[in-house]
Design a protein around this ligand. Structure first.
Ligand code: GLY
Length: 376
């Protein structure tokens, strides 16, 4: 029997597995081979640009994880030889009309209250920083500390690192949590097989909310469509986020001349459809912000499901059953929160205590779930 059985082979599950294996634990990951939310992730590491009123605990967690990122990718390089480049040019937020600028000013005020570095720029200053921007923008906010990373490269490096550290990766679809004597004892997989583990770590992203055997968790799928475009070498130096007369769009440059344009935020359950209108709106707004986008090759339209929670923050730490640990519900911040989640869960499992940085993100901040099979 393995010490730690991780349900989910996305960046969170693999990073938890890697860090646990490095702490001397025997670890098995169950990965269904399909691509989770990470496949759509643009890789923005943007706790400041995405800071929201009332979400200060999430902001602190995001800042802590951002601080861990340079060491985390250096560790990955040392362990695997794979370089996962961090882009450190910062994030530029731009707006087009008076309402957009009011929203940017509100965000900037919030930044100043929290002493977060950010600077208002004129359109000319913004275009000196990113010459591909349209001259039609009204103003901008530069957030120097928000970075980005190639999410697919990160996940590939984590998989290699986990395997090299001795993690066993089992291909299979998790169909239920196995519970014995009121304790999480393992996982049931499609095809009828079961795996046992001393501790089960739930890292199934949007699939975490309704796993048979487990009382429902407050995790729901939030659909996101992103577009990937090719041929943009040197078009942008860093992430550009925009409000285009009230519509949000972001453009994130990746190594190799790709750009990710995102994203829709849709409460439609697990609806995989790529709506023509959603593709149109993203492209229309992206071209408004950076006109040269019109010349790029559209290579992918990707729909995935963010694991949303009622307060937009993750579920970290002991679950509702003994033997169960949660590492899920990362909503829009799965890539950003990978290092802090992995280190916190590894510390919990190896040392017996969740570090202070991750305290307060337990499932007990929400009403207790109803046991399976009961109704109100
Ligand atoms: N973090 C970006 C998104 O969820 O679209």
């Amino acid at each position: 029997m393995t010490d730690v059985l991780v349900a989910g082979g996305g960046p969170i599950g693999l990073a938890v597995a890697w860090r646990c294996a490095r702490r001397g634990l025997a670890v098995t990951v169950v990965d269904d081979g399909s691509a989770g939310a990470w496949q759509a992730a643009a890789g923005m590491l943007a706790p400041v640009a995405e800071a929201g009123y009332g979400e200060e605990p999430l902001l602190r967690l995001g800042l802590a994880s951002l601080r861990l990122f340079p060491r985390f990718v250096a560790d990955l390089r040392d362990a695997t030889g794979i370089e996962v480049p961090l882009r450190t040019a910062g994030t530029l937020q731009v707006g087009f009309d008076a309402d957009d600028m009011r929203a940017l000013d509100d965000l900037h005020r919030f930044h100043r209250e929290l002493e977060l570095p950010a600077e208002r720029l004129t359109p000319g200053q913004a275009r000196r920083r990113e010459p591909a921007l349209t001259p039609r923008l009204r103003g901008a906010l530069h957030v120097p500390a928000d970075h980005s990373v190639d999410a697919r490269a990160l996940r590939a490096a984590l998989r290699t690192a986990a395997l090299d550290a001795g993690v066993r990766i089992e291909t299979g679809r998790v169909t239920a949590l196995a519970v014995e004597g009121g304790r999480a004892a393992g996982l049931r997989l499609s095809g009828g097989t079961s795996l046992r583990g001393g501790t089960v770590v739930l890292a199934l992203g949007a699939g975490s909310g309704t796993l048979p055997g487990l009382p429902p968790l407050p995790v729901r799928p939030v659909k996101g469509l992103v577009l990937r475009l090719r041929g943009a070498a040197d078009l942008l130096g860093g992430t550009v986020r925009a409000l285009v007369r009230g519509n949000s769009v972001y453009l994130v440059p990746l190594p190799g001349g790709e750009i990710v344009v995102g994203a829709t935020v849709e409460e439609k359950g697990f609806d995989p459809a790529v709506a023509a209108g959603a593709v149109y709106q993203l492209l229309r707004d992206a071209i408004e912000v950076v006109p040269a986008v019109t010349e790029l090759e559209l290579t992918e339209t990707v729909v995935r499901f963010r694991p949303g929670t009622p307060d937009n923050a993750p579920l970290l730490g002991p679950g509702h059953l003994p033997g169960l640990v949660l590492a899920t519900g990362h909503y829009r911040n799965g890539i950003l929160l990978t290092p802090v989640t992995a280190d916190a869960i590894a510390a919990l499992l190896a040392d017996g205590a969740l570090p202070a940085v991750a305290a307060g993100f337990g499932p007990d901040r929400f009403p207790a779930p109803r046991p399976e099979g009961t109704t109100r």
